[in-house]
Design a protein around this ligand. Structure first.
Ligand SMILES: [Cu+2]
Length: 150
């Protein structure tokens, strides 16, 4: 190790070490860069979250129509409601079982037995709908009425 004592050799060696460290440092420098792409993908997911909030507030609202059914008629306390969720509160005052069916939507409530009550909620866009009891023959016997949704 005699050459290490020579100033020029030591200087050249020192420069080589410095050059090597800089080269290694430059190669490792790009490594911290990839994490910057991670926050971008994370930023995309929170934008979906706010869309869930309006759905929760909408569930509480909606129109209510009291529907009284008998053999053989449907009486509604309100025949004009706002578009959206519409809940029929059904009372069956007749001796026969009845239901509430929105003809245009092909949606029908559970069957309500004589003397019983029930509820039927349906999402209705603006339009005119025919409300019937879809138990065989009941519509023809008079269980049919109209509602306007606007
Ligand atoms: Cu009926």
């Amino acid at each position: 190790m005699d050459f290490l004592k020579r100033p020029i050799a030591a200087g050249v060696l020192g420069l080589l070490v410095v050059f090597l460290l800089i080269t290694i440092g430059l190669q490792f420098a790009p490594v911290p860069a990839p994490p910057t792409s991670v926050p971008q993908t994370q930023a995309a997911t929170p934008t979906k979250a706010p869309t869930a909030a309006p759905a929760a507030s909408g569930s509480g609202g909606g129109a209510t129509i009291n529907a009284t059914e008998k053999d053989f008629a449907i009486a509604l306390d309100n025949s004009s409601v706002a578009a959206g969720s519409v809940t029929f509160k059904i009372t069956n005052q007749g001796p026969s079982p009845h239901n509430i069916s929105i003809k245009e939507m092909k949606k029908t409530s559970d069957t309500i037995d004589s003397g019983k009550t029930g509820q039927f909620t349906i999402d209705l866009p603006a339009g005119t709908y025919t409300v019937i009891c879809d138990i065989s023959g009941h519509e023809q016997l008079g269980m049919s009425t109209k509602i306007t949704v606007k």
